[in-house]
Every structure is written in C-alpha cells, then in structure tokens.
Design a protein around this ligand. Structure first.
Ligand code: SF4
Length: 317
C-alpha cells in the first residue's frame, strides 16, 4: 500500500493530501457524500411548510441534509421572501426583484414551529438590500413571535445588513439564544463567492454582537472546497476568535447547479475531523466539522451542549 503524501498546516500538524481522483473538479460525488433516499417521515414537515406558505433554506439552498432533517421534523425557516438581492456564486436562492414583506410571516413561522414541535428554531433570511433596515424589524418580530408561541430557543442566521449597525442592534434586541452570521469563505475568494459582501463587515458584525450582548453566543461558518488554502482558512479562524466568535461550523461546498461555482476540492471526512480538532484548540467552544455540516445542521444539539458543558463534543457528522 502506498502512503499518502502529506501537507503541512499552519501549526505544523500534518494531513494527508487528497488523491487526484478526489481533488479534480468533480463530476461524480465521492462515496462519503452519498445521502439517504427520501423517507416517509418527510411528508409531515413538507405539509406544514406548504400549508403555511413558508420558505425554507433547506429547499432553496438544495441542502443535502433535507432527508434527514425533515424526517425528524426539523427545518430552517427562511424569511423575507424567496428572492435575494445578492448574486452570491455559491447559493441557489433565486436572485432578482424582491416582493413586499408579508406582515403575517412571523406568526406563520411561529405556527409552523409549534406544529413541528420544535424546541430549537433556526431562522435565516434572504438578503434584503432593498429595504432601509435590511429587514431587521421583520427579524425582530419573527424571533419574538416564535418565542412567545412556542417557548423554544431561537438561533438567528442573519445577512450582514450592509453594515447597518442599527439593524444588527434591532436583531440583538429580539434576544436570540445564538447569533449566527456566516463568513462563508476566505477573503481572497469573496469577489467570486460572496459578491457585494465584505469580509471585514462580517467580522465587524460578529464583534458588534459581542460588544452589545457579551453573554449571547456567536457562531459562524465556512464552506470548504472552494479553493481556499489551509493557511487562509486558519487565518480566518484566528480572526473569528479575535472578535470573540464562540461556535464554528465547517462543511463541504457542493455545487447546487452547473451555473454555480464549481467544487475545487472534496475534503475527506478525516481531513474535516483534523481541521475540527485544530479549530477546537484555538478556543472555539463549539466546532462542527464534517462534509455535511451546515450552519443549521444539528444546531439545537450543538447549542445545548454548549450551555450544559461550556464545550461541545467533537461533532463531525
Ligand atoms: S441542515 Fe439546515 S438547511 Fe439543511 S436540511 Fe437541515 S435544517 Fe435544513
């Protein structure tokens, strides 16, 4: 058996380099990225979403975990419509002309959370650069409605509100249990991956949350496999720690359609595990690192471990 070549990480830890068959731009998914076929239990979740005319990022972003999550009556609600004002290269949410906010949406999200029996609700939104407050008041009303109706914990996964600090403050005032804002990728790739966003703006947002609500856990996530180097990745993780980010998710980028950015590299599960271990050693209280990890994947489980123990188990789904 030939041994794998080795790459050296920033802190001299060693990882196996990917073999050519999995480092080449992918036409076929490697074996570890196969997911289960749809399960019967998904119908209940689907019916609730359809009945209440809600959007989910599970569907809009073509999330690979939908079978698993929806079978266990878990979904991530996407508020503010299903059209985004940003042309991000990785995201399959439709872009273009937005519609007016639906004022009863907060109540419908709360009703869906109740029917699904959720004890931990993750809410995200499209980016609404067309609105003066970026939709912050709508966010506020949704978080409050969910908590009042269900008593559940709420995690918000917000856009950057174009750096509008008052908008961020308004979301903080809704007192979410976790404030999540994704970094998505390393700064060198922002112009391709996250056009119209700014790396520093993301760091500033996370810092603002910590400054205004020091007890509120903050969380961020990156997709790997877009062409980032390990040095760049660990520079970002260091920046996130500098602004006090508590929780981290790292998952494999998957190309949602041929029109979206290609996958540059499929990281095998053991590499995710290794990166997760290194991230934990940097002081993050919670790290989930694995090919199928998404911002909202097992979010409640991760948050409860954080509350109970102050640390997370090595979650590498
Ligand atoms: S990981 Fe999140 S976005 Fe994906 S299906 Fe599960 S709840 Fe939905």
């Amino acid at each position: 058996m030939t041994s794998l070549p080795i790459i050296t990480l920033q802190n001299s830890e060693e990882l196996p380099v990917l073999t050519p068959e999995i480092s080449a731009p992918a036409r076929r998914l490697p074996r570890w990225l196969k997911r289960p076929l749809p399960q019967p239990g998904m119908a209940f979740t689907s019916d609730v979403i359809v009945d209440l005319k809600l959007e989910t990022v599970c569907e809009s972003a073509k999330c690979p975990n939908r079978t698993e999550c929806w079978s266990t009556k878990t979904a991530t609600f996407m508020i503010g419509g299903n059209v985004c004002t940003r042309p991000c290269g990785f995201c399959s949410v439709p872009k273009g002309k937005t519609e007016e906010l639906e004022l009863d949406e907060p109540e419908r999200v709360a009703e869906a959370a109740l029917r699904l029996g959720l004890r931990y609700v993750v809410i995200t939104s499209v980016t609404r650069d067309d609105l003066p407050d970026g939709g912050a008041e709508h966010w506020y009303r949704t978080v409050v409605a969910v908590r009042e109706k269900t008593g559940a914990q709420v995690e918000v996964l917000t856009p950057d509100f174009r750096g509008n600090r008052a908008a961020v403050t308004r979301v903080i005032e809704s007192r979410p249990d976790v404030f999540n804002h994704n970094t998505e990728t390393v700064p060198r790739l922002y112009h391709r991956v996250r056009r119209n966003a700014e790396y520093q703006r993301t760091l500033d947002l996370l810092k603002q949350v910590k400054d205004e609500a020091p007890e509120m856990p903050t969380k961020s996530g990156l997709m790997l496999g877009l062409g980032e180097t390990m040095d760049e990745l660990f520079d970002v993780l260091a920046d996130l720690r500098t602004v006090g980010c508590d929780m981290l998710t790292l998952g494999q980028y998957l190309q949602p359609s041929p029109e979206h950015l290609p996958v540059e590299r499929f990281l095998p599960p053991e590499e995710f595990e290794h990166i997760g271990t290194m991230a934990r050693s940097m002081g993050f209280s919670m790290v989930a690192s694995g090919p199928f990890v998404r911002s909202s994947y097992h979010a409640g489980e991760m948050a409860s471990h954080l509350v109970e123990t102050g640390h997370s188990p090595p979650l590498t789904p």
